[in-house]
Design a binder for this molecule. Structure first.
Ligand code: NAD
Ligand code: MG
Length: 389
């Protein structure tokens, strides 16, 4: 029986909490060495008492002082800030880093994990979207593995086991279509934050929930898949599947399509990544196909959800274009959640930022970081200028 030493980044979020729930059911298989989050002191204190890691980190420095004070009598080292978060990705003796941070803020920690040759259980899709050009060469030199946690990529990973690389015809990424699949485009301006936050099939953090409603999430997943599986974009297709039971598929050259199915529950792909290459007994509920009324599939509406075709375009352009797409989206989603932008303006901001963006085609890390910064600045200016609600 192998025991894995883990660091969990973003432990207070939706994926972080689900990861710790899975781990708590297998206490003899995992040792938590470090936990990190942005600012949630109460939950991190609770997680400390449950898992007793040696290190805790809060990116928010003031909150980390509060955390230090709360745990002053405990044998734990409290770290603070972005640099320390990255340090946690390279602690001696850690076998696997679970990256469940939201946004491009997770990228440097992912790069550090791969640089150190550690396994990276990756929920933070923005890492690959922004840092795509940097990951492949690093993985080659260090032999580090990226184990996808995103349910679609976990499904593809599992389905790929059914054939050889030269036998793949294409991968088919499924998406629920979000809450506005049936809403006419001329009603998009009236969408409220509350409506956009109520996803029909998944319970997730706020940013990815909005991304699921605009289909930016599917766009990010297309870019993520292209990098993760070294897949040309012509071989990637998106299909809308509102029930979220088929998590994605691989079509092989003999026209066989292998799908991975389960109830929509992130604890499943998390478990698969944590235990890989082992499958483990779980009690998350089986799929009762007889009770499911229907499984349906339809084409995505590229006109209504323009963020998806734009993602294919930026993936084709490559270089720093995906980082700019992501950064513009992060700013626009933040503004929408704060009531400073209409739902339909999220995609508008992305389009505008990309329209006059200077793409570096073979970027180094500095190029990617400055693309992220410049796109954010431009997006912020646009948010201020656009007439809102
Ligand atoms: P969330 O908002 O619930 O949690 C985010 C976590 O990141 C929190 O622990 C927060 O403290 C931390 N964080 C936020 N800003 C940070 C920063 N600047 N530096 C360090 N840590 C920071 O988000 P989530 O839904 O758990 O999503 C996390 C990641 O997983 C995202 O990349 C998302 O796309 C991906 N993902 C989520 C789901 C899901 O079901 N929630 C499914 C697939 C993929
Ligand atoms: Mg997903």
């Amino acid at each position: 029986m192998t025991v894995r030493n883990l660091t969990v980044l973003g432990s207070t979020g939706s994926i972080g909490r689900a990861t710790l729930e899975v781990i708590s059911k297998h206490p003899r298989r995992f040792v938590i060495r470090a936990l990190a989050a942005f600012s949630n002191v109460d939950l991190l204190v609770e997680q400390y008492h449950a898992f007793r890691p040696q290190y805790l980190c809060l990116v928010d420095r003031e909150k980390s002082l509060e955390l230090k004070n709360r745990l002053r009598d405990e044998p734990v080292e409290i770290l603070a800030g972005e640099t320390d978060l990255v340090r946690l990705a390279s602690l001696d003796g850690v076998d696997m880093v679970v990256n469940a941070v939201v946004g491009a803020a997770g990228m440097l920690a992912s790069l550090e994990t791969v640089r150190k040759g550690r396994a990276l259980a990756l929920a933070n899709k923005e890492s690959l979207v922004c840092g795509g050009p940097l990951f492949a060469p690093l993985m080659k030199t260090t032999g580090a593995k990226i184990l996808p946690v995103d349910s679609e990529h976990s499904a593809i990973w599992q389905a790929l086991a059914c054939g050889r690389e030269n036998e793949i015809r294409r991968i088919i990424i499924t998406g629920s279509g979000g809450p506005f699949r049936r809403l006419p485009l001329d009603k998009f301006d009236e969408i409220t934050v509350e409506q956009a936050l109520s996803h029909p099939t998944w319970k997730m953090g706020p940013k990815i929930t909005i991304d699921s409603a605009t289909l930016v999430n599917k766009g990010l997943e297309v870019i993520e898949a292209a990098i993760l599986f070294s897949m040309p974009l012509e071989k990637i297709r998106v299909v809308i599947h509102p029930q979220s039971i088929v998590h994605s598929m691989v079509e092989f050259i003999d026209s066989s399509v292998i799908a991975q199915m389960s109830r929509p529950d992130m604890r499943l792909p998390i478990t698969y990544a944590l235990f890989w290459p082992e499958r483990i007994e779980s009690d998350f509920g089986t799929l009762d196909l007889g009770r499911l009324a229907e499984l349906t599939f339809e084409e995505p509406d590229f006109k209504k959800f323009r963020a998806l075709p734009i993602a294919f375009d930026v993936a084709r352009i490559g270089g720093t274009a995906p980082a700019a797409y992501n950064a513009a989206n992060e700013i626009a989603v933040g503004a929408f959640l704060e009531g400073g932008l209409k739902f339909s303006q999220i995609t508008e901001i992305i389009e505008k930022v990309l329209s006059d963006f200077n793409v570096v085609s073979e970027p180094n890390l500095d190029d990617i970081l400055s693309a992220d910064k410049n796109a954010r600045q431009r997006a912020r200016k646009l948010v201020e200028k656009l007439p809102c609600c």
